[in-house]
Design a protein around this ligand. Sequence first.
Ligand code: FE2
Length: 380
Amino acid sequence: MTEAAIDAAGDVLVLKRDLEQHRFHAVWLRDNAWDAETRSATNGQRLIALRDIDPDVSLTAAAVDGDKVNVTFAPENKTIAYSIDWLFAHAYDRPQTARKGWLSDSLEPWDAALNENVPSADFGLVALNAGAKRAWLEDIARYGFGKLTGGPVEDQALMKVVSLFGYVRETNYGRHFEVRTEVNPTNLAYTGLGLQAHTDNPYRDPVPTIQVLYCLESSAAGGENMVVDGFRAALRLKEENPDWFDVLSRYCARFEYAGDKGVALKSRRPMIELAPDGELIAVRFNNRSAAAITDVPFEDMGLYYQAYRRFGEIIDDPAMEVTFRLEPGECFVVDNTRVLHARKAYSGTGTRWLQGCYADKDGLLSTLAALQANVREAAE
Ligand code: FE2
């Protein structure tokens, strides 16, 4: 049983159902109306702008009718029916958390314990079965990475992986790049050295949000792939010293890359990025492309470097890393805004050949949400 009431000024609708009560502003309700004049019946897009709503919009009546509440607005004298379930699902009248570094419930921070249960799926199954694809994408959304095994061993096979969920993001490195030993490397990724865990291309703004690394040959010893949860590392930094977390999120670092002719990429962004309400939304960490930091005031630079050093130590801690070896036909997809990746050193005998490319996380999450919506519709 739902009760609806309007405050004396007509500014606020109060909806009460069992023990739950929520308030909604008149302007918010009018802006979020779902009638055919406000929202397109075909694609759901809003047909009006805020300027079409009277600044003095108010409520003159509200009446519950089954699972709907009919609300009348002045000065339009227009009555709009709202789904009560929709209103409760979109209620904003709740205590706000001012906690810095909070994470969405849909994410799960992890450390080396995840070695027991590395998110992984079979290429053939994911390509053919919507449920398998949904489960694999859910893992990537939850953990920030996922392996795919049993794929074809052929040039450009990684494009088939990207087409499972989205589109390639082309850069100055091309639609894809080769990761193998070269005699005159222009970029350290192409040598046999181990690399510190990093996020790719922090010198871009926006950064590539998804990376795919696909193995085609792997006869050299070593060269295992390793991933670290940047969110877990940032939260551990905060547990150890909130000032360290704060200083890395409050000030911008700078990143640059000018290793190829005609390329001069630069960005100015924090190593730990928070949304305005404190949500942890991105990590950038890359010793190779970090430029001189000039946005930290003199008084805080000592603290900044302490925090930067400790953040790196946490990232290097074996207790944080998940390690796996990619065999030919295997790849991993990583959320480059969250999870750092690295490669262990490998020996000079034999070969190791990977192909990499970038793609976009919004496309991946969109594909996932559409698959989840299909499941909900089928259940209804
Ligand atoms: Fe990389």
